[in-house]
Every structure is written in C-alpha cells, then in structure tokens.
Design a protein around this ligand. Sequence first.
Ligand code: ADP
Length: 719
Amino acid sequence: LLRWKGLWMASQGPDHRLDRVLVHAPFGRDGALLCSILQQAGLNALVCSSLENLCTTVREGAGAMLVGEEALHPEGIRALTCLMTEQPPWSDLPVLILTTSGDGYVRRPSRLRFFEALGNVTLLERPLRAETIISNCRMALRARTHQYEIRDHLEAQHRHTEALRQSEERYRTLAEALPQLVWTCLPDGNCDYLSRQWVEYTGIPEAEQLGLRWLNLVLHPEDREQTYRAWMTAVHDREPYDLEYRLRRRDGMYRWFRTRGTPLRNAEGKIQKWFGTCTDIDDAKRAAEERQELLAREREARRTAELLNQVGPLLAAELDTQQLAQKITDLATQLTGAQFGALFHNVRNEQGESYTLYTLSGAPREAFANFPMPRNTMVFGPTFRGEGVIRSADITQDARYGKNRPYRGMPEGHLPVRSYLAAPIVSRSGEVLGGLFFGSATVDVFTEQHAQLAEGIAAQAAIALDNARLFAETQNARNALEQSNAELRRANEDLNQFAYSASHDLKEPLRTVAIYSQMLQRQYGAVLDEQATQYLEYALQGVKRMELLLRDLVAYLQAMDEGEQEIVPVPGGEVFRKAVENLKDIIEESQATVDSGPLPVLLAREVHLLQLFQNLLGNALKYRGEAPPHIQVSAESQEGMWKISVRDNGIGIEPQYARQVFGLFKRLHGRNSGYEGTGIGLAICQKIVERYGGRIWVESEGAGQGSIFCFTLPGRPNA
Ligand code: ADP
C-alpha cells in the first residue's frame, strides 16, 4: 500500500479521485480529436504527447487510458505493462485500445497476450463512432469509480487499524510505566495481556499465564476459588472488580495485592476490554494485621487484669484456709477453661508439722483418691520448686513426661490429661506454698492468656493463703493471750482479796495494841520509869506507822482495782482545786503557794486524778527546803496526750534515783530523816497513769534544785 502510494499518487490525498481520460494517439490530430469528442460529451480528457508522457501522467492519477494501437510498439507495451503491474491491489486502470480495422497486427495472438498483460483492456476497432468511444469511456470511468471506492474503504480500514495499534501501544507504554502490575482481559474474562512488571514479579513468561492460567500458576491456593468466583461474577455482571489476593513472587514468597478491574466500553456501551491493576499492599496489610494483633493482645491483657481484679477481693474475704483453697481452685478452673483443676498446698499443724492438702474442681475427690500425692517428678518438680508457669499443648508429648518410676506417666485409671497448665503458689517470703494444676482431655486448650490468668491467680492465692495462715496464727496467739489474761486477772483478784482482808484483819489487832498502849500510858504513866515510858512511846510510834502503811496499802489496792464504771471526762482544773482544798491545812501551815495554769478535760476517773494530784502536791509540800514551798502546775498537749507537770522548789532528787522512787515501798529518806512516809505514794501514781496508757517521770537538777513530776493522760484535744 505504501509502495503504491509512493509510486502512484505521491502528490494526492487519499480522497483524491481523478476521472480524467488520458488520450495518446500518435497519428496527426487523432489525439486532439478524440479529446474534443470526449470533452464535448462532458468527460474530462487530456492528451499525452508521448508514451513516456502518458506513463508519467498515469502515475499522477487517471480514470482510464485511451491509446491508439499504432503507439503500442513493443517498447511502449513493455513500459505500459511495467506501469500496470506497479498498480496497487485495488487499482485496475481501464485501458481502451483503438485498433486498426482488418488484420491489423493488434489481433495477432502474440500481441493480444501482451495486451492481456496490461490487465483491464478493451479493444475498440476502428472506424469508430463517436458514441461508441464515449460510451466505452463512460463504462471504463464507472469501473474506475468503483475501484476508488474500494480504495477508500481499504484506506479507512487501514487508518482504523493504525489508530487501534497506536492506542494499544500508548496504553501498553503507560501500563509498563505504572508501578502496579497491569493486566487486560477480553470481555469474556480471559487474560490477553500481562505487564512487564507482572512478568518480572512472577518470573513466569506472559504467554504461559494468559487466559485463566494465571489463576493456578501465581495465585495463593487459598485465594484461588474466591478469586475465580469474584472475577467470573464481575465479568458476568459487567461490574468493576475489586479484590485482595496473594500472588506468588518469583522466589516463592506470597505477597498481598489489591486488584481492581474496570471494563472499557465503546460508544455503544459494549465492553471492549477489561483493564486492571494489582497494587502491592503487603506491607500495609501486615502492619494492619500487626496492629490488630496488638490491639487484640491488649484487649486480652485488659480482660485478664479485670478478671484478676475480681478474683482478689473474692479471695481476700475468705480467711478459712480450706474454704479459701476450694474457692481458688473453682475460680481458677473456671477462668482457665480447664476440664478439672487441683490445688495442692502445704499446711502446718499446731505441732509445727507440715503436710499437703488438696482441693479439686471439675472432678470428684474419688477420681484422685487412689493416687499418691504428686511427687517431685520431672513434670511436677518445677512447680513445687516455684520455677514458674508450665503450659503444654499435650503433656504426653512433652520431653519431661514419663521419665519417672514407677508409673512413667499417669498412673493407670488417672483422669486423661493432654493439655496441661501448672503455676506455683509462692508467698511473699519466697516460700512455695503449693501449686495450681489444670488439665483437659483434649490437646491445645490453654492459651497464653490462660497461663497469665493462672499465674495471676496463683499470686493472689499466695497472698490470700498467707493471710489465712497469719489469721489462724494470730487467732491462736490471741486465744493463748486471752487465756493467760484471764489467769492473771484471777490471780490479781485473789491477791486483792487477800490484801483487803489482810489490811482489815491487821487493823483490828493494831487497834487493840494502840488502845492498850494508850491506856497503859494514861493509867500507869505516873508509875513508869523513864525507860518504860520511852519503850511505850516507841510502841505507839510503831502502831502509827503501821496504820499509815495499811492506809496507803489500801489506797494502792484501790488504784490497782480495774473498776467497772465507765470513764467520764473530768475537768482537770476542778479536780486540782479539790486536791488543794484537801491539803489546805498543810498549805497554810507551811505558808506554801500553789497555783496552776489552765488544765484540760482528762479521760480518767475523778478519784484517780484526785489521788494523783494529792500525792504529788503532798510530796511537794512534804519534801520542802528552807524556803516556803512554791508549787506550780501546768499542762501542755504532747503526742495526742496531755502532759501535766507539778514543779516544786523542794529538796530535789539525785538523777540516779529518778526511776527508783516509783517503786513500791521505795524511799530515799530513812525513818529518822524527819520525812515521814511509806514509799507507796509514787507507786500508786504510776499504777494510775499506766491504767490510762500514760507515763510518769521526774525531772530534777539534783539535790536542792527542786523537782518536776510529770505525767501524761488522754484527754480532750482542747484545753
Ligand atoms: P513517801 O513519800 O511516802 O516516802 P513516795 O512514794 O511518795 O513515798 O516517795 C518516794 C520517795 O521519793 C520519797 O521517800 C522521797 O524520797 C522522794 N520524793 C517524793 N517526792 C519528792 C519531792 N517532791 N521532792 C523530793 N523528793 C521526793
């Protein structure tokens, strides 16, 4: 087609049609005559002066050729034949040859053969009528028009094919430039093109994958059926296709792709082709999967924590060890989803002997009754040594299983255990209190979460068991304490009883001695000599001292007495004034001054507080120095208690005796020192403050420096 174009119609457009008749007749004016005949008939005619001229003009286009026979000498015929064979396939230029009448050489068979070689030849025998020439030319031109139509049609088709080829090439170039793997399919769904990227990725030549062969060649086996169905549905419904699948890379690895196919339609809406891309989403998908997994794990962890949080309070409330163990076992078995669970824990009896108890859940006690306690085998040992959680999908396949005599595995008749989970129960002190064991007859029951739950429950169980044990121990200790307290109380009561009756019983004979001694003095005083009078005086002094002792002893016993009545808060100031009132005589006699700052309301019995003030003020007055006594009482709050101080300017106490003075019958002054006393007063004071949780002590710089007696008692916070 191209060759023809170059030779035949170099200067003409594809639509150009030339319907001119080229005329060549060498004799005289034949050519011009023929031309004018044709022109008069309205045809387009052109005279060519020579055969060469004819050949050149034909190449520029012609509807027909009218040639006189006489021009067709052998040279001319060859040139024409050559010209005619150069014609394009659609062209068969009509050639009208005017022959000479009679036996002109045209009719010779050899020449006729030559003419035939020219193709579409019509011989017109002279003499001719103008009409004949005209009608023949018209016929020839009609045939030529028909040829032009064929040419136009061929050209249009060619243009179309070319355009198609170009567009195909364009989008292939585009497809190869895309980062995605690109494919196209025919409307029936069969693949007809796979891009270079696809071929490079899969490592399989395009031709081997076309049609539907790619499905079995490069698609992940698990994705094949679904992909096939989705693709066929898209083809059938003529709807876009969007899917994720895994494609095998040349190295055998599968990566996730997202594929999208769009039907390309022509102007009538008919699907011409499917155009599709595959985008590698493997990294994104894996990241999303990882995220999902992380989220799931986090959810699981939160759920585990929530479950464990619920377990804590349930266990903490139970202090009875056996019931606690049952609760732990039931909860743990339920939460781990085990078929049955057991808790083995060590207990110590009152004699300090240790033995193992067990509780079960999910199985009756009889199920284990005939088996010995789990021993330090390779399976159980790590748990009893507190070595952490053991989780096995199938314990019978575990390397540690069946290694120990005599059973080499589970004893006969044992509940079947395949899935196995065990967690040690380790106390805060590191002591292994026992272990939690779970089993199921099916394999691979326990998940990582179950293991975490078991570990968490074991930790809480350790605390709860520790607490229960501590509770039992304190309970025992408290019982023992209560018992010895009761015994002590009884002994105290006995002692009090004895002291009371003794003091009463002693008073009686003492009175008798006193009365008869006084009578002796009164009635026989005159007759007694000086020595006897002295003896009698001593006896009377002894009686007096004895009376004092008995009085103080009774006071001391009263201070010791627990007393049943309720403690009502007493205003310290009032009680202090009562004590001063009671000591009025001695105060006046010694010209003492006694004053006090504000005193708080104290939580003590009034009689006790009165006794305290009276004893301390009494001592301050008694153990005075040269100067008249000056006594000052003050109060200050100290560590939630009230501290009351009684300060005097008396003889003072050497620091080394500061503690001793509070002892029963302890005195720093002998009988002849001039300071009378029994050594009971401060002992009473100490007993009283200690009953209320307080203390008593003395601060003194030493002899002659005066003393400060301080005591603490509970009271109202505000003075
Ligand atoms: P008593 O006063 O009957 O001897 P106390 O128990 O009251 O017994 O006192 C014990 C001893 O403490 C007294 O003998 C005395 O030596 C010493 N004592 C007590 N109060 C004072 C004081 N205010 N100043 C100096 N010494 C004191």
